[in-house]
Design a protein around this ligand. Sequence first.
Ligand SMILES: [Zn+2]
Length: 479
Amino acid sequence: MTEYEPVIGLETHIQLNTTTKIFCACKADSWYDPPNSNICPVCTGLPGVLPVLNRVVVEKAVLLAAAMHAEIRSLSYFDRKNYFYPDLPKGYQISQYDMSLARGGYFDLPMTQQGYVRHISITKLHIEEDAGKTKNEAGMRLIDFNRCGVPLVEMVTGPDLRSADEAAQYLMRLRQLLRWLGVSEADMEKAHLRCDANVSIRPRGASFLNPKTEIKNVNSIEAVRAAIDKEIERQVREVTAGRRIEAWTLEWDEDAGVLRKMRSKETEADYRYFREPDLLPIRLDDAWKQSILMDFPELPLERRARFIAQYGLPEYDADILTGERRLSDYFEAAVKAYGGDPKRVSNWLMNDVLRILNDRGIAVTELHLTPDYLVQIIRLVDAGTINNSTGKSLLQKVEETQRAPQEIVQSEGLARVNDDAAIRNVCQEVVAENPREVASYKAGKITLAAWFVGQVMRKMRGKADPSLARSILEELLKG
Ligand SMILES: [Zn+2]
């Protein structure tokens, strides 16, 4: 293994989260619908129909291209990619070939655990339509055209990844970015994000590329990792035995955990690309482009770096808090409202608010516990009005009852008792009720002091100020 270096490139198909398909008015996402229920003459390629481009597809693809630092063409074309397969009713797929929407670009991938950044070049980024789905069942070949015409962006990296781990990281970061930009749900289980991996090996330190195999049908991040590792092992074994690697297409069998040979690879020439005559080119003038990019957000990795620099957060916190855009917005709103140590807000958010989200299975935007409420609770704890554990249960109560923290503190009498007389009364009770412990304390077992404080706290349901209780108790026990 150490003699050889893996060379990996990933091809991803990203389903854009538009309402309708790319060239017709059919619903785009039919994951929960019966087969062939979202189809029409356009997406099933009946004779005499004309496709009409959905402009939202262009807008979402432009956002992604901008995030990839790609050059966005003001004039791009659609092409027909010809191949014959039962789930492709037209006999061609409308795609983009030599004059696609975007050119070039890169994605800097932080390998945070290992402490380096991998620069990944993007060699292709274009718009296309999806094909249908076939499945074999009870000796029949069944075809579902629901996916025909679903809008996709195909994005291909250069051969820049060096391990299965980097490939897995790339997909995780891409998924994060797609959701952040709001261009795709990026749910791999629902095939919103699909991945093929090109894998080859070469002697470590070499710069040439060997023939690669293409792994199809890897539908989860764990599958990508496992399939690539398996294929690297196989290639090393072959080369070590003096055999050549052939350019196969392999299919990952998730259940068996093995790769199977599908076919020898097609070349680009097999597809006989030519311009799509039924569609006009995409003219992306400056005004349109500006309106798309007007609200271009700060990207997750930029925000992560800023959280570290501006708020002094550890990398770990910054990573979790920028895992999702709405969560990072929530954090920032809370930090602004608080005005104190951002790490304190981060702790409350990561330990307690995230638990509420997980337990209830809700998104951060669905919380009744607003950033302002969170800050009010932290301030109540800071001021000593309530103790830490009351603060934590208050978070839950605000979420459950949808009432303001202060209101709950008052109506439930949660505020810590600082009243000397009230605490003194309870301390006297405790001393009177426990003559045996008092005797041992007086005989020199002073460690019992903590036990007495515990009794007072229990009687006052945690609301007493423990240091005040302790000094009163010490005074009483001395006498
Ligand atoms: Zn349709």
